[in-house]
Design a protein around this ligand. Structure first.
Ligand SMILES: Cc1cc2nc3c(=O)[nH]c(=O)nc-3n(C[C@H](O)[C@H](O)[C@H](O)COP(=O)(O)OP(=O)(O)OC[C@H]3O[C@@H](n4cnc5c(N)ncnc54)[C@H](O)[C@@H]3O)c2cc1C
Length: 402
């Protein structure tokens, strides 16, 4: 009998497992259907001994001191500021667009003030920024939009930016100074020994048991537990009853090359050439020294692991239906990017999990949770079936700790 079954060993599930075990003495079974912990942040040494990120480059950055200090309990850090280049018109130019991008692209020697005027003269102001195209064209004009953004977005989303919600590009910065950092957050660093090692340290507690290659559906039938934290897809939890929430996926092609360096920065974007969107060279991220180098190509796909929620109003409307159903389950907590159908960075998911923990801790539920043993099992309708006094996903709210 576990106090908590936690589904998913990524940031959301692991942070909650650690908090519940180490500060509340709760027993936790943490499961993942993948053969490893750390979710999408999983990194490992490949056959050549190079540390790589299996699911694409993960760069840690945050403005939250609380999140940074919390994670610092489980890892030392390597200071790292991320840099990205874009291959445009045969040049490799800094991304986000900055003063150097403009000067090199147009063979000019502008200062910041002139660059601002340059952009203002090209920008096409819009009254309402409804789409991703509106956002960019209103900042930099159509020519730069076509060179740097349009085709990258079309590859990534298989949709024109004019069909995509403004939120996708809303935070894309354009600079008229020479700041070439990709992120400007207060804390920018990589776990010194990698993400997986950080997760191992986080989960190294006698109250936490880990079961890998284990799907919720199988495990819930045979394990007894009192509360459920679910960080998988919310639509899958409810057997897709309101329809499938659409995601964009990626295929990663990893390669190791027999030379020490492949490209001049960690990431090169290819908006206009090739079927892949970008190439990442891991040694920049990890600081590892090695005579060979490993890179990964990212090919956007319609099918595959769910990575990016497709930001369209009808999808959010479907998510709302799931969310309303989920709200009726007082003993099931939906946390993380898949359970809340949002693209979140690692720090945001960590913050979300810490906030969820505080809610659990404060609620009477956590204090009185041990009162009654309850067994969950997937119901015929795909949700959790009620055992004891737990709520049914298709039913009304039922307080488990009442
Ligand atoms: C290509 C890419 C690059 C990214 N780069 C960055 C970056 O540079 N910086 C950054 O901050 N963020 C980045 N992110 C976002 C980051 O991956 C997420 O913020 C983070 O993974 C979210 O953690 P999570 O625990 O919510 O989800 P996940 O890491 O996806 O963990 C969920 C886990 O649940 C498991 N699971 C799901 N359903 C079940 C089930 N039914 N039974 C058992 N297990 C189940 C899954 O196998 C998975 O391991 C990137 C994401 C992608 C896709």
């Amino acid at each position: 009998m576990f106090d908590y079954l936690i589904v998913g060993a990524g940031f959301a599930g692991s942070v909650l497992a650690e908090r519940l075990a180490s500060t509340c003495g709760k027993s936790v079974l943490l499961i993942d259907r993948r053969p490893h912990i750390a979710g999408n942040a999983y990194d490992h040494y490949n056959d050549d001994g190079i540390l790589v990120h299996r699911y694409g480059p993960h760069i840690f950055h945050t403005n939250s001191r609380e999140v940074f200090e919390y994670l610092s309990r489980f890892t030392d850090w390597r200071p790292y500021e991320h840099h990205v280049l874009a291959s445009v018109d045969g040049l490799l130019l800094p991304m986000p667009i900055n003063l150097d991008t403009l000067n090199r692209l147009y063979g000019l020697n502008m200062n910041s003030f002139e660059a601002e005027q340059f952009l203002n003269s090209r920008a096409e102001p819009k009254e309402q920024l409804k789409t991703s195209e509106d956002v960019i064209v209103s900042k930099v004009g159509r020519e730069l939009y076509n060179k740097f953004f349009r085709n990258y977005t079309r590859k990534q989303w298989a949709m024109d930016p004019s069909e995509l919600d403004a939120s996708v590009t809303a935070r894309v910065p354009v600079r008229t100074n020479r700041d070439a950092r990709y992120f400007t957050d207060t804390y920018q660093a990589m776990p010194l020994h990698g993400f997986t090692r950080m997760f191992e340290n986080m989960l190294d507690h006698p109250n936490i048991k880990i079961l890998l290659k284990a799907d919720y559906r199988e495990i819930a039938k045979v394990i007894s537990y009192r509360n459920l934290i679910y960080t998988g897809r919310i639509d899958e939890f409810f057997d897709f009853r309101f329809g499938k929430l659409p995601y964009r996926s990626l295929e990663f092609k990893h390669e190791t090359l027999n030379r020490p360096v492949y490209q001049p920065e960690a990431v090169v974007n290819y908006p206009n050439e090739h079927l892949y969107t970008r190439v990442t060279e891991f040694k920049y991220l990890t600081g590892q020294e090695h005579p060979k180098t490993s890179i990964v190509y990212e090919f956007p796909r319609a099918e595959g692991d769910p990575y990016y929620p497709v930001p369209r109003p009808e999808n959010y409307a479907t998510y709302k239906e799931y969310q309303e159903r989920a709200a009726k389950l007082s003993s099931v907590h939906f946390v993380g990017r898949l359970a809340t159908y949002r693209y979140y960075n690692m720090d945001q998911v960590t913050a979300q999990a810490l906030a969820q923990f505080e809610k659990l801790r404060k609620s009477q539920r956590l204090a009185s949770v041990a009162r009654k043993a309850i067994t969950y099992a997937p119901g015929a309708d795909g949700g959790a079936r009620v055992g004891g006094n737990l709520p049914n996903p298709s039913g009304r709210e039922d307080a488990d700790a009442a």
